[in-house]
Design a protein around this ligand. Structure first.
Ligand code: TEU
Length: 556
C-alpha cells in the first residue's frame, strides 16, 4: 500500500477573521492564530487549512485578493506569517493555504492595468466583451446575485464576474495568467507551505460562447452551464507538472458540481491532478429552483446516506475522498445535521463526528465544530455581514415574495455567518476572542456554556471525543483504508455502515434521531470489541436498541 501522508491526516480549517484577535480591534489575526497553535496540537490535528490571509479590500472576507504575495495588514505582517508557519511546523502541524485564482480582486494591479485600456498588455488577463444590442453579452446571474457582467464606462466593454463585481474572473485561457499563478504557487511552496485548498477551481474554464439561458425569478439565468468542468483537467495537469510535482503537497479542490466520475479525474490516486476534492452533493440536498439554497428544510437521512455511499464506493481504490459537515460557507454542523438543543447538543455533535471520521477519506473540522458550536439566533439583517446573505435577503423578500420572518428563518438555518461568528475560547468577555466588545461579527450568546476552556480538560467533552477519533485514525489502517459498505439504506433513523480491511471489520452505528430506535447488531458482531473512541454514551450499548443520537462502533 503506497500511502500518502494526507490519507491519514485530519485537517482543521481556520477562518482568520474569527479565530483569535491579538490586537484588540475585534478582528482575528495571524499572531492570534500562532498563540492558539498549542490548542490545535492538543486536539491532535495534522494540517491547518487557512482561509485567505492575503492583501485584500475584504469585499468577500479575503476571497477577493489584491496581492497574492502580501498579507492583509489587518491580519499582520509577512514576518507574523513566517513565525506562524515555523511554530506550526515545530508542533508537527502543516499549513495549507487557500488559493483563490478563479478571480482576483478588482483592486489587483492586473485588473487595474487590464481595465485601463483595450490595448493594455493585461487586458486579456480577464474576460472583456462588447455589448450585444446595447445589453450584456448574456443573461446569466452570478453566485452573489445580479448579472455576471459589469459595464466599464471608460473602455466601453463588459467584464465577467461570477461572484461580486469586485471579483473579476481571471482568464485561464491566457498562458500568461497561468504562468503568473504557477509562479506565485511556487513562491509559497518554496517558503514552506504544505499545499493549497483551491477555491472554486472547477470554475476556471468557461464556455467562451457565453450562452444565455431561461431566466428564473430574479430575471437571470442559472450560471452552471457557463462552467466547462472537463476543460479544467488539462490546466490542473499542467499545474501538477510545472509546480506541484516539485513538492510533497496536499491539495484539495473546491468543485461545486463534482460527480463521482469527474472526481476520479480530479482526485485520482495516480497523483496527476489534486489530492482530493470537496464535493457538494450532501450539502446541496435541500433547496429549490426559486429560492436556491435559502430554504429551512432538513436533508433526509436516506438521501444523505445514498450520497455518502455513492462517494465512498465510487472512489474506493481509485481516487480519494474529503469528508466534511461544514466550513465557512455552511451553517454549523450540529445545527444543520443534528440537534443543537441544550439537551442533545453534545451527544449529537459527538455522533456526527463518529459518523464522519470513521469513513474513508480525509476528515475536515471547521473551527468550533470540535466544541459543538451552533448557529447564531439572527433576528434581523443588521448584524449580518456576509454579502451573499444580503443579496439573498433582497432576492427572497423582493423576487420570491417571502416575509421578513420567512427570510430570517432561512438566514438562521443556512446563512454563512452562522459559521463565521467568533471562536468561543472561554466564558470571559467576548468569549476570549477579543479584548474589544466591538467584534466584527457578534459572539454567539451561548458562549458561557459552549467554549474551549470548559472542554479541553474534560474527558467527556465534544473536544475530547474529536481528540479520540483523530488519535484512532492515526493508528488504524482499517479506518484509513477499509472498504465502506452501507447497511440499512432505507432506515430514516439510523446511519449504519461497515469498514473492512484484510478480514478485519468495523461496524459503525449512529442514531440521527432524538428517540430510541429498535435495532439488533448483526450476529457476526456478537462478542466484538467496543471501539471506545467512537462511543458517545458512558455505558455500553444496550442490546436491541440504539439510544437517542447514540453512536458506537464494534471491531470484529
Ligand atoms: O465558495 C464557492 C461557492 O460557490 C459557494 O460555496 C458560495 O460561497 C455560496 O455558499 C453558494 O451559495 C468559495 C468560497 O468558499 C467562498 O467563501 C467565496 O465567497 C467564493 O468561493 C468566492 O471566492
Amino acid at each position: 500500500m503506497n500511502e500518502q501522508w494526507w490519507q491519514r491526516a485530519v485537517v482543521y480549517q481556520i477562518y482568520p477573521k474569527s479565530f483569535q484577535d491579538s490586537t484588540g480591534n475585534g478582528i482575528g489575526d495571524i499572531p492570534g492564530i500562532t498563540s492558539r497553535l498549542p490548542y490545535l496540537a492538543k486536539l491532535g490535528i495534522d494540517v491547518i487549512w487557512l482561509s485567505p490571509v492575503y492583501q485584500s479590500p475584504m469585499d468577500d472576507n479575503g476571497y477577493d485578493i489584491s496581492d497574492y504575495r502580501a498579507i492583509w495588514p489587518g491580519f499582520g505582517t509577512m514576518d507574523d506569517f513566517d513565525e506562524m508557519l515555523e511554530t506550526a511546523h515545530s508542533l508537527g502541524i502543516k499549513i495549507v493555504m487557500d488559493l483563490v485564482v478563479n478571480h482576483s480582486s478588482d483592486e489587483h494591479e492586473w485588473f487595474r492595468q487590464s481595465r485601463s485600456s483595450r490595448e493594455n498588455p493585461y487586458r486579456d488577463y480577464y474576460y472583456w466583451r462588447d455589448a450585444v444590442d446595447g445589453h450584456a453579452p448574456s443573461n446569466m446571474g452570478g453566485v452573489f446575485g445580479g448579472s455576471i457582467w459589469e459595464w466599464d464606462e471608460p473602455t466601453q466593454q463588459y467584464y465577467l464576474h461570477c461572484f461580486s463585481v469586485k471579483q473579476p474572473d481571471l482568464n485561464w485561457e491566457n498562458p500568461r495568467v497561468r504562468d503568473e499563478v504557477f509562479n506565485m504557487m511556487d513562491w509559497w511552496l518554496a517558503k514552506g507551505v504544505d499545499g493549497f485548498r483551491m477555491d472554486v477551481i472547477g470554475m476556471i474554464a468557461k464556455d467562451l460562447s457565453f450562452p444565455s439561458g431561461e431566466p428564473g425569478p430574479t430575471g437571470y439565468a442559472p450560471l452552471y452551464p457557463l462552467i466547462q468542468d472537463e476543460r479544467v483537467h488539462p490546466y490542473l495537469q499542467e499545474m501538477r507538472q510545472r509546480v506541484l510535482s516539485k513538492y510533497d503537497t496536499m491539495t484539495v479542490g473546491e468543485v461545486g458540481g463534482a460527480t463521482v466520475e469527474t472526481a476520479k479525474k480530479y482526485a485520482n490516486l495516480d497523483g496527476s491532478e489534486l489530492s482530493m476534492v470537496f464535493q457538494f452533493e450532501h450539502v446541496g440536498l435541500t433547496g429549490s429552483p426559486e429560492r436556491g439554497k435559502w430554504v429551512t428544510d432538513k436533508p433526509r437521512l436516506v438521501d444523505l446516506k445514498r450520497v455518502f455511499d455513492h462517494w465512498e464506493q465510487g472512489l474506493d481504490g481509485v481516487a480519494w475522498n474529503s469528508l466534511y459537515w461544514d466550513n465557512h460557507d455552511q451553517p454549523r454542523a450540529v445545527s444543520r445535521w443534528a440537534n443543537d438543543s441544550a439537551q442533545w447538543r453534545e451527544t449529537s455533535a459527538k455522533m456526527l463526528a463518529t459518523c464522519l471520521h470513521l469513513m474513508q477519506g480525509t476528515p475536515y473540522i471547521y473551527q468550533g465544530e470540535e466544541l459543538g458550536m451552533t448557529n447564531y439566533p439572527w433576528q434581523d439583517m443588521s448584524l449580518i455581514n456576509d454579502l451573499e446573505a444580503h443579496d439573498a435577503y433582497r432576492m427572497l423578500t423582493q423576487d420570491c415574495g417571502c416575509s421578513d420572518e420567512e427570510a430570517m428563518a432561512a438566514m438562521r438555518e443556512i446563512c454563512r455567518d452562522n459559521a463565521r461568528t467568533p471562536m468561543q475560547w472561554d466564558a470571559g468577555p467576548q468569549a476570549g476572542f477579543s479584548k474589544s466588545s466591538e467584534t466584527w461579527l457578534p459572539v454567539n450568546p451561548n458562549y458561557a456554556e459552549i467554549n474551549a476552556a470548559a472542554q479541553v480538560e474534560d474527558p467527556k467533552s465534544v473536544f475530547a471525543h474529536y481528540q479520540g477519533l483523530i488519535a484512532l485514525r492515526h493508528q488504524s489502517d482499517l479506518v484509513v483504508h477499509g472498504h465502506f459498505r452501507l447497511l440499512e439504506p432505507e432506515s430514516e433513523e439510523l446511519f449504519v455502515y461497515e469498514r473492512e480491511l484484510d478480514g478485519q471489520r468495523m461496524l459503525v452505528v449512529c442514531n440521527f434521531t432524538d428517540h430510541e430506535v429498535a435495532w439488533q447488531v448483526p450476529q457476526e458482531y456478537a462478542g466484538a470489541e467496543l471501539v471506545d473512541a467512537a462511543c458517545n454514551y458512558e455505558d455500553a450499548p444496550v442490546a436491541g436498541k440504539v439510544r437517542p443520537y447514540e453512536a458506537f462502533a464494534l471491531l470484529a
